[in-house]
Design a protein around this ligand. Sequence first.
Ligand code: 0RQ
Length: 502
Amino acid sequence: IHKRIQNAALHPKIMPAAQAASLIPLGANVGMSGFTGAGYPKAVPQALAARLSALHAAGQTHASINLWTGASTAPELDGVLAKAHGIQMRLPYQSDPSCRQQINAGQMRYTDMHLSHVAPMARAGFLGTLDVAVVEVVGILPDGRMMASTSVGNNQTWLDLAQHIILEVNLHQNPALEGMHDMAHNMPMPPHGQPIALTHPSERIGTPYLQADLSKVMAVVITDHPDRNSAFDAPNEVSAQIAGHLIDFLQDEVQAGRLPPSLLPLQSGVGNTANAVLAGLNQGPFDQMTAYTEVLQDGMLDMLRSGKLSCASATALSLSPTALAEFNANIDFYRQRIVLRPEEISNHPELIRRLGVIAMNTMIEADIYGNVNSTHIMGSAIMNGIGGSGDFARNARLSIFMSPSVAKGGKISSIVPMVSHHDHTEHDVHIIVTEQGLADLRGLAPTQRARLIVERCAHPSFRPQLLDYMDRAQRSGAGLHTPHLLDEALSWHSRYLKTGQM
Ligand code: 0RQ
């Protein structure tokens, strides 16, 4: 243990998780590490959940905390705390079934934010005071610098801002992660802003270590557990078709001279479809690609190994157990090629625009004019959150959204007359892809976009209804720039809610 915690001043602070959890004040704002199932604290949240449950049983029914993280975490963090009714408010992103259920039942407040905004907003004080940071690290050097774990997220900001710090030193995480991180953060705010000096995904502009005022550390907890990440589904026919359309399109762009042969830095969202697109790119014609993304998942690891991808910048590793084992076995190879950064840098609009990122994200639905909903089911129930999709889509050189054309066994069309919630406006969406085909919306007016999206992307079982809506809206809409029949525009969603079928 002392090999991992080389700073002797911290040794007296080593304690069991339950004791550390008892130091967190009720009602506190707590900033925890964790991003897409990687690098989250594994013991203190569970101990805190047990403590809160006991308090609830003893009549303190409102005992809870406000929970800030990097992004989604895992059942041992979001899951246990939500099940214990221990989270009063949550930000900036979650994907946990229990959290989702409580948010949609009106029992948990959820502030769903662009991930690049979180650290600057926290520093500016808009989110309130951060009482406690709970951060997983791999180890602590004699001088107190800390080796970061499998995700960076907002960890350095939480350590900077928190009044008190609890560290979880996870012996299971590979000490050879040391050197993979680049912790530049806390860029000068306006009116003192400066250019961020990154011009290539592989560049480094900061130190590889987390740092903190060690006098704020009130507990150090030892853990020995792996990140809990599930395996991806093997690409199915639909995701393979989406990948195929996308790769054909990228090849055409290269041929037309609009993209270089090694493309531009790739960003890929999470999920099975995104992973299938990466698998397609790994088999495809492009070489010497790079990635400037937030989550590095299995597909990108395969591409690094095959040499298709020369380097990747991200804020978190989100690897299946098999991919994680391979990563750990070859970590020296990957350390040369991967940089993990704070999410305010991995998702920074300035850098995404400068690098010319190709953003590939999954959506819930798009409308005929190209507006995209990434977050809400039938207009009012949250699924996960906007995450980094807006940071990338708004600023990308090429902003791509993909989805199967139908959901729930064909009862729902992913292409609708009007989206039931807007995350990405028509101005931020360049390409829509489904298994049916790809619509390139660049430079087109709304009615041109509508025809292309319906003809290329909608499922044949919904296409006639969409064409009929478009034709009638174009004949009798109140305005003919973006023609709509307002009484009907959301009728597909209300019909689904009433009948179970759009
Ligand atoms: O529901 O699980 O109950 O079956 O939505 O859909 O097809 O499995 O797709 O897992 O890739 O998620 C947009 C949610 C897609 C995700 C979203 C139902 C469908 C299923 C999931 P079930 P799939 P995925 C990087 C970038 C926002 C954040 C983001 C997401 C469930 O990609 O959260 O992009 N994106 N971040 O049945 C009703 C529809 C539906 C629908 C799908 N039209 N209507 N239900 N579903 N389409 C990562 C970070 O930022 C951290």
